[in-house]
Design a protein around this ligand. Structure first.
Ligand SMILES: *Cc1c(COP(=O)(O)O)cnc(C)c1O
Length: 392
């Protein structure tokens, strides 16, 4: 692999393995297993298999390996393990590295299912979890202890778009030997420099920008070869949760166009945020790429762009529903990073499970709408929103 290639070139070519037919487009190896020429060869492969020698698709398949190698190259990680969903990746990264008695510090502002793993699952297995305001470095410093094993956060939180300083939190974590696990979905592999900035493990839901076309669930855990093959693979190999070869093929095709899509969506999001900030019917417009965002400078230093998601607060649930019901282009759904623009009301959907107090503490107000900006024309999208705002 040519390490000096830029991300956009890697997104098209990295990790490609060609069969004896030298196909142009990546082959889909829809096979669960692999044949050994002799019994001795089978025995040898179970002792140690080479990079192009596979045993069973739960932990290795040529199409899945192409996806793992390509996304690892884009992210600048040594290796990756592809999973059936983003949540399988978050769960796999944390469960594979933690044991009873370990201490974890996590940002509080998390996607609902991430919060469930930290708050309800890890704790059942004797892992102690301390939650902090991810934007407050003093809270991180106070919570990280000599025995802290890992820190976890979403680099841009879902859905309130708080930005966590990867470099600063990594310094605090590394001072006590703790691993830094970053859920990097909103930052996208295009703008991410998470590993260079200090992250040890980067997790993506491939369902979002990597597929980018709303077709399939997927995820990936990225890190050092020692962590991926020594810690993650044994856990996922024996517990399942692998990505299917067909999904890996879709994700490979998604990666080819990801740079173009994410940049176009971010360009449109920036235009739309500019058009919405200061609107008389909106209590708040949250976009990390707008200079009204409290971590605008950090966002620009860390990512160089604000990403593809905007959050707006319409003041009340009734106003939020009225706006959403009036939209003609935005779909009411709950994916993000999709080619189609999507409006989500977190308080009644993705974060419904939380108590009012938990939602309050996360800034998930009754009027909050998450807007995932797609590939439609930015002016059409802005007009759609302005039209909806007239109903308030
Ligand atoms: C969507 C999402 C996930 C979960 O991914 P799935 O592919 O839906 O399992 C995890 N973290 C964040 C930040 C997400 O947005």
């Amino acid at each position: 692999m040519k390490n000096e290639w830029n991300k956009r070139t890697k997104a098209v070519h990295a990790g490609t393995r060609r069969s004896q037919y030298n196909e142009v487009s990546e082959a889909i190896f829809l096979t669960q297993g692999f044949v050994y020429p002799t019994a001795e060869a089978a025995e040898a492969r179970f002792i140690e298999s080479g990079p192009d020698e596979f045993i069973y698709a739960r932990y290795g398949n040529p199409t899945v390996a192409m996806f793992e190698d390509r996304i690892a190259a884009i992210e600048g990680a040594e290796d990756g393990f592809a999973t059936a969903s983003g949540m399988a990746a978050v769960n796999g990264a944390l469960m594979s590295m933690l044991s009873a008695g370990d201490h974890v510090v996590s940002a509080r502002a998390l996607f609902g299912s991430c919060l469930y793993i930290l708050e309800n699952i890890l704790t059942r297995f004797g892992v102690e979890v301390t939650f902090v305001d991810g934007t407050d470095l003093d809270q991180w410093a106070a919570a990280i202890r000599a025995d802290t094993k890992a820190v976890f956060f979403e680099s841009i939180s879902n859905p309130t778009l708080q930005v966590v300083d990867i470099t600063a939190v990594s310094k605090l974590a590394h001072a006590v030997g703790a691993s830094v696990v970053v859920d990097n979905v909103f930052s996208t592999p295009i703008y991410s420099n998470a590993i260079a900035q200090g992250a040890d493990v980067v997790v993506y839901s491939a369902t979002k920008h990597i597929d980018g076309q709303g077709r399939a669930l997927g995820g990936v855990i990225l890190g050092t070869k020692a962590f991926i093959r020594g810690t993650v693979e044994p856990y996922l190999k024996h517990t399942g949760g692998a990505m299917s070869p067909f999904t890996a093929w879709m994700m490979l095709k998604g990666l080819e166009t990801m740079d173009l899509r994410v940049r176009a969506q971010t360009f449109a999001a920036t235009r739309i945020a500019d058009g919405l900030v200061g609107h008389s019917k909106l209590a708040q417009v949250i976009y990390p790429g707008h200079d009204s965002h409290p971590q605008y400078q950090l966002t620009m230093d860390q990512l160089g762009a604000g990403g593809t998601v905007i959050a707006i607060d319409c003041g009340s649930q009734a106003a939020a529903f009225s706006l959403m019901n009036a939209l003609e282009i935005f779909l009411i759904s709950n994916n993000l990073g999709d080619a189609k623009s999507i409006a989500t009301h977190p308080a009644t959907t993705t974060h419904q499970r939380l108590s009012d107090a938990q939602r309050d503490s996360l800034g998930i107000t009754p009027g909050l709408i998450r807007l995932s900006i797609g590939l439609e024309d930015a002016e059409d999208l802005l007009a759609d929103l302005m039209n909806g705002l007239k109903t308030l």
